[in-house]
Design a protein around this ligand. Sequence first.
Ligand SMILES: Nc1ncnc2c1ncn2[C@@H]1O[C@H](COP(=O)(O)OP(=O)(O)OP(=O)(O)O)[C@@H](O)[C@H]1O
Ligand SMILES: [Mg+2]
Length: 394
Amino acid sequence: MAHEQTPQSWLRDNALNILDSVVDAILAIDDQGIIQYVNAATERLFLYSSADLVGQPLTLLMPEPYRSQHQQFVDNFLNTRSAKIIGIGRELTAITRDGMEFPIYLAVNEIKTGDRSYFAGIVRDLTEQKQNQEALLEQRERLAHVGRLSTMGEMTASIAHEINQPLTAISAYSQACMKLLEKDSSDVTRVLDGLRKLNEQSLRAGAVIERIQRFVRHEGSEKKLIDLNELMRDLVHLAAADARLHSVDLHFELENDLPDVYCDPVQIQQVALNLIRNAIDAMLEVNCAYGADVILRTLLCDEGVEVAVVDLGTGVTEDNEALVFSPFHTTKAEGMGMGLSICRSIVRHHGGDLHFENNAGRGEAAHGCTFYFRLPIEELPEDFDESVPGGAVE
Ligand SMILES: Nc1ncnc2c1ncn2[C@@H]1O[C@H](COP(=O)(O)OP(=O)(O)OP(=O)(O)O)[C@@H](O)[C@H]1O
Ligand SMILES: [Mg+2]
């Protein structure tokens, strides 16, 4: 019958083999910091043989400043029984025989035999883990960079989008003026009218650029107390011509006695213009089959003042619903897909939000849809000065 081993005696016979098979470096030192034992992983990790290490101070495996501080830590622990490492473990730097420093996690425990204290340490090489962490950080940094680039891309697209409208108008008015002047019997008042509109549009393009410059400089938008009805009526010159060109009629339904709203007039006009432009596009897509009217409506609501653009176009299809506000999303051959994303960010900067609903759900005619935004009325800065014309704070 085979000789039966107890677990304890088996462990005694195999303890060294077990320690040598462990992946982590294990070593033991006495209370003077002298190495008593190292396992095979310690030899591999630090490039010393066991014979090189046993009897040597542990500090051999530490670079400065740990080397100079080590014995002080051990003495301190033995005197006060308090230490920042015993029984806890921490990240440190170790050094190999050929002077290579590398990150380790060191867990230390005290072993008491008789009246002497020994310390057993388990050293885990963190090189790979740190490299992975660094790679991850680098990847995050790269992604952030790509993010910044795409923000710049969106910004460039926004500029192109917003400047396009006045530029198109400038080109149309200048062509009209040239045609008038080419005629012998040119009508000076009509030419002058065209030039005045041309001038208005170039000022508008300039105003848009100025807003963008302010945005880049992280300055706020130029907000004033504004009569929204008046602001919307002003759009007639800008939007009605566009509508007429496409045989669409723009109607205004403006609620009387609206309270003034604190907003940037150029930006809010941009939003309304973009919504009208989209409304016209959606109606052209169905050849105005459901009617040719676009309504620009203002009304008082719980949250403040609402501006709505109601059209009789395609409506927003279900698969398009989640995407309409995403930058660069467009269903149009010539579209840039920036209009609604710009509008939403402008409205949000004003403390409101931009929404849409297909008309059937909004109590309108069964066709087309309504894009609407609400601006809060109480959004006045504390230092608002009513005595300044327009209420400008700056
Ligand atoms: N009134 C509307 N009716 C139906 N669909 C609309 C309406 N307004 C916007 N959409 C849909 O939302 C998409 C995104 O609109 P957005 O204004 O952001 O871009 P776009 O009009 O396609 O291009 P652009 O950048 O030139 O404005 C449109 O392509 C269209 O599919
Ligand atoms: Mg658009």
